[in-house]
Write a protein that binds this ligand. Structure first.
Ligand code: PFF
Length: 438
């Protein structure tokens, strides 16, 4: 029985919607296609899906149970569950640091999305040729005033929601809006698939060419899996602390991971046929989605409405993720440093906005934050989270937590093997190999 006065999510759909709201975001629709494009397509996709299921789901369950068992922010969670193992508090701090880093560049991309929403509303996207769209993205993303203005607006919205608190702020939006985004992406997929030359895009995405798989491709796939699932840094642990005892954590992790992967793959299906049909370079980098999708809207009937709805919903998907990132920092500041929630939010959001400005001005910082968070911080966080649940928390407590909803926890033995041995070793090898040390 819990007698805490902590805010909590209401019911099963609320929990899944909030966790899925964190997982589904720019990572699926902006980052996934651009990283797939840079890493050769089909083979990357296979490795990615393997990581989601073999490592992502076990790490997500671990985070959920760390959060729910401790009822604390990520730092406090490790301290409460293992007071004699200060090392893991460093992992908590690392997670808070990662939140700063991710949100800094994430808010910049969300700012681009706001600009595209604005352009779509003013009907300024549909009259552009493919070459003009690419040129527009380039000149916009290289400018400073516009991207900074939108980024500041986005961070203000994020902070506003976080100040409102978890249940009122986060849960309400996700429940209704994510299903609508899903439907729009499906419509985009259909339109993209009908473009002349779409076949090449499908082949790129679904026909694995294993000669393209290198150590760094595998690490990118792992990093993308962690980024997309929001795992490895305490977001899911923080949300886990708001989940009621009756919820089944394993089912939550599985549902969220499947929904997240489905949306990423659908985004790929919407984008790659168009990439090839319009002669865009699949390894164009972070601009890929912004340069590609407006071409699809141009070609389809109802393109105006769909473009407005799509970019608007993408902003909202980004918000439900950015809120989860900011929440990690705010929960830490308010519970550990005893700051009031409002002040904590304002301070964290201001510092992150400052870092975001640096990302806008210096491309290299943007790329450094983007790659370092996914390919270094999250995988390392993942190793320690797996080790923590596998070796420190142990089987009995894990089983107890997974059974807390009243049912019987199956698969605990299997989960423990993954957490104790397979995940740490696999992540370790992929990481060391990917950075060229193995
Ligand atoms: N998973 C989010 C997305 O795919 O857009 C981004 C994200 C949120 C990454 C929270 C990491 C995180 F902790």
């Amino acid at each position: 029985m819990t007698t805490t006065s902590r805010d909590s999510f209401t019911g099963k759909f609320g929990v899944i919607a909030a966790a899925a709201g964190s997982a589904v975001g720019l990572g699926n629709i902006w980052r996934f296609p651009y990283v797939v494009g840079e890493n050769g397509g089909g083979a990357f996709l296979l490795v990615y899906i393997l990581f989601i299921f073999a490592i992502g789901i076990p790490v997500m369950v671990s985070e959920l149970l760390i959060g729910r068992r401790s009822q604390k922010n990520v730092f406090g969670a490790f301290r409460t569950l293992a007071p004699d193992k200060p090392f893991f508090m460093i992992v908590g701090i690392m997670g808070v640091g990662a939140a700063f880093m991710i949100l800094a560049f994430y808010s910049v991309v969300a700012g681009w999305t706001l600009e595209y929403t604005y352009m779509a509303i003013g009907d300024n996207l549909l009259d552009k040729s493919s070459a003009e769209l690419s040129a527009f993205f380039e000149s916009f993303s290289e400018s400073t005033a516009g991207p900074i203005g939108w980024m500041v607006l986005f961070m203000t919205l994020t902070a506003g929601i976080v100040i409102g608190g978890v249940k009122k702020g986060i849960e309400r939006y996700t429940k209704i809006l994510m299903p609508i985004l899903f439907v729009i992406i499906v419509v985009l997929c259909i339109n993209s698939a009908m473009l002349p030359g779409a076949g090449e895009g499908f082949a790129f995405l679904f026909k694995p060419d294993f000669s393209k798989v290198t150590g760094s491709v595998i690490l990118e796939a792992l990093g993308q899996a962690f980024f997309s699932l929001s795992i490895g840094m305490g977001v899911i642990a923080t949300y886990g602390s708001y989940i009621q005892k009756k919820e089944n954590l394993l089912n939550t992790a599985i549902s969220v991971s499947i929904a997240d992967t489905l949306i990423a793959v659908l985004a790929g299906v919407a984008i790659f046929p168009a990439v090839f049909a319009f002669g865009i370079n699949p390894s164009a980098g972070p601009g890929l989605v912004f340069e590609t999708l407006p071409n699809v809207f141009n070609q389809m009937s109802g393109g105006y409405l769909f473009s407005v709805a799509f970019f608007l919903l993408l902003v909202i998907a980004a918000l439900t993720s950015s809120v989860s990132l900011l929440e990690v920092v705010v929960a830490y500041f308010s519970e550990e440093l005893k700051m009031n929630r409002k002040l904590a939010t304002v301070i964290a959001a201001s510092v992150i906005t400052g870092l975001g400005v640096v990302c806008v001005i210096y491309d290299k910082v943007f790329t450094f934050f983007d790659k370092t968070s996914s390919n270094v911080l999250l995988p390392l966080g993942g190793i320690f989270i797996a080790i923590f649940v596998g070796w420190v928390l142990g089987k009995a407590k894990t089983k107890d937590e997974l059974e807390a909803h009243g049912g019987k926890a199956r698969l605990v033995g299997f989960l423990m093997i993954i957490l104790k041995v397979i995940a740490p070793i696999a992540i370790g090898i992929v990481f060391l190999n990917g950075i060229g040390l193995l």
